[in-house]
Design a binder for this molecule. Structure first.
Ligand code: FAD
Ligand code: SIN
Length: 533
């Protein structure tokens, strides 16, 4: 049994920023992360981080762009607070060494992306996430109050309610959160970690779809854990499909940043015709939901496997300077973006819903906080404005640190006698094929039935298939030793149920949820919500 003041699950921008703020206040923090420390969605972020920093921009414009993209479901007070904190959080990133790209005249270079009325995206070339992740990890390594535990997989939260349901009385501790069960991936042993405050910073759920821009870690673990512990989860149907992932014949979907369209790239259909003007007056820089649906529609209309992205009008030197990593990624596939059209398709990219929190990062379970992509704060509403997620993660990590520190003043760490994890009679898994088969089946069903364009019938089909997978994996979970692939599949299935459940609640088309059965918007904008009974 290990004990800490605070345990953070996840080492992306949200978890690392939060841990640093807590450790600087003198508290002992553990960061639990299931692979190596840099492996996160954060590390792959390209376009940049949205914040009002230029003389020609202002907070109201950024607020308005966010509300417009969110299609009636953003919480305006939340939007305003997050936008207004932007400059301060950018300064903090600079202080730890993030060197945002400047123009030749020395002013900061600002990208433009879909839905933004101004250039306001700070970036480090096209490797913004990797630069932020490296700077944060460096600051974490220099802080003695932080212990980073790599290859440690958080399985489930331990709450007072859960223990008393199991008939375990334990010693009287103060709060509801008692700790976590954690798998050491290398030894295969599960231990209890004790703490009065847990910050979930586990990121999104991209791996629930067959095609995604997200790396392997994005399996919705934090959402599934929080839901199992009784927290409210909201708006899971709002899955953002990025319009332009590089089309290849494998499942890999390398991102071609929206900033490429911000620099003038044009989408063309299989007949090489520019088509976005037919769908929206903002053309190629319309919000992502509109662009992704337009691409889907052109592909279906012409029976094409992809559309094209054309930036051949920009000189090679400029492209190499602006997008060195994208240039290289294309080149690996034999495409020279200065002379060739780039084949692109939409791919699952971002989850707008998640575990409900307020602006202080509090969930409805005392002691359980959440920030970053795992959380649903009300910023994104029905569709996230590009590059608002890194900003949201910084702001909520900052606010969440204040919340955790005041919580720790009330509820000190006390030994509560958490029962050890029992393996019972479980065996080593002997049918791993069940895992790989079910993993593929789930991701294909979600892609085919819960994609960019939905119908009630398709959602119901998906629900039936996922329910079968759920009962199979449930049985597997109780009979075999836990391992990461099993735990991830269990969590993905849980998240798929939440996505489908929320999608079936929404009898309208709004933002990222587009259903042929309810084409118009409901007059009363409302959140969808799920809570375990
Ligand atoms: P992540 O960075 O995903 O980190 C999650 C962490 O949790 C990881 O360390 C993971 O290993 C760990 N973890 C998960 N489950 C467990 C578990 N059970 N036990 C232990 N550890 C666990 N947003 C922008 O604003 N601008 C951009 O330019 C941008 N570009 C993007 C490009 C790509 C290709 C992708 C995929 C996303 C992009 N996004 C962008 C979105 C943005 O990167 C993410 O929303 C953001 O980085 C999420 O940060 P996070 O800290 O919440 O989660
Ligand atoms: C991109 O660079 O297109 C991704 C930006 C984002 O997801 O916010």
């Amino acid at each position: 049994m290990r004990s800490f003041d605070v345990i953070v699950v996840g080492s992306g921008i949200a978890g690392l920023s939060f841990a640093l703020a807590i450790a600087r206040a003198g508290r002992r923090v553990a960061i639990i992360t299931k692979k190596t420390r840099a492996e996160s969605n954060t590390n792959y972020a390209q376009g940049g981080i949205a914040a009002v920093t230029s003389q020609t921009d202002d907070f109201n414009l950024h607020v308005q762009d966010t509300l417009t993209a969110g299609d009636g479901l953003c919480d305006e007070a939340v939007v305003r607070e997050i936008v207004q904190q932007g400059p301060a959080r950018i300064d903090e990133l600079r202080q730890i060494g993030v060197d945002f790209t400047n123009m030749d005249d020395g002013r900061v270079s600002l990208h433009r992306e879909g839905g933004h009325s101004k250039r306001r995206i700070l970036h480090v070339k096209d490797l913004t996430g990797a630069a932020i992740e490296a700077a944060l990890l460096d600051a974490v390594a220099r802080n003695e109050n932080i212990e980073v535990l790599e290859h440690h997989f958080a399985i489930d939260l331990i709450t007072r309610t859960k223990l008393s349901r199991l008939g375990h009385t334990g010693d009287a501790g103060a709060g509801e959160i008692l700790g976590l069960y954690v798998l050491d991936v290398h030894t295969g042993k599960v231990s209890a970690f004790e703490c009065p405050v847990v910050m979930l910073a586990t990121g999104g759920v991209g791996q629930v779809y067959q095609y995604t821009t997200n790396p392997d870690i994005a399996t919705g673990d934090g959402i599934a854990m929080a839901y199992r512990a009784g927290a409210e989860v909201r708006n899971m149907e709002f899955i953002q499909f990025h319009p332009t992932a590089l089309y290849t014949t494998t499942n890999d979907r390398f991102l071609i940043s929206e900033a490429v369209r911000g620099e003038g790239a044009i989408l063309r259909n299989s007949r090489k015709e520019a088509f976005m003007a037919k769908y929206d007056e903002r053309k190629d820089l319309a919000p992502r939901d509109i662009v992704a649906r337009a691409i889907d529609s052109e592909m279906k209309r012409l029976g094409a496997a992809h559309v094209w992205l054309d930036i051949t009008h920009r000189p090679k030197e400029e492209l190499l300077k602006l997008f060195p990593s994208i240039y290289e990624g294309c080149q690996k596939q034999g495409i020279d973006m200065a002379t060739d059209l780039i084949p692109v398709v939409p791919a699952c990219h971002y989850l707008c819903g998640g575990v409900v929190t307020n602006l202080s990062a509090e969930t409805d379970i005392p002691g359980l906080l959440a920030c970053g992509e795992v959380a649903c704060t009300g910023l994104h509403g029905a569709n996230r404005l590009a590059s608002n997620s890194l900003l949201e993660a910084c702001v909520l990590a900052h606010n969440g640190a204040d919340t955790a520190l005041s919580y720790l003043q009330k509820y000190a760490l006390e030994p509560v006698g958490i029962p050890p994890w029992t393996d019972g009679n479980v065996r080593d898994p002997d049918e791993r094929v069940v895992l790989s088969h079910n993993w593929d089946e789930l991701r294909r069903a979600m892609w085919d039935y819960v994609g960019i364009v939905r119908t009630t019938k398709r959602l119901q089909r998906a629900r039936t298939r996922v329910a079968n997978l759920s009962s199979e994996i449930h049985e597997y979970y109780w009979n075999f030793k836990v391992e990461p692939r099993l735990l991830e599949l269990r969590n993905l299935i849980q998240c798929a149920e939440l996505i489908i459940g929320c999608a079936l609640q929404r009898e309208e088309s709004r933002g990222l949820h587009y259903t042929r059965d309810f084409l118009s918007k409901h007059p009363d904008a409302h959140d969808s919500a799920m809570r375990r009974r």
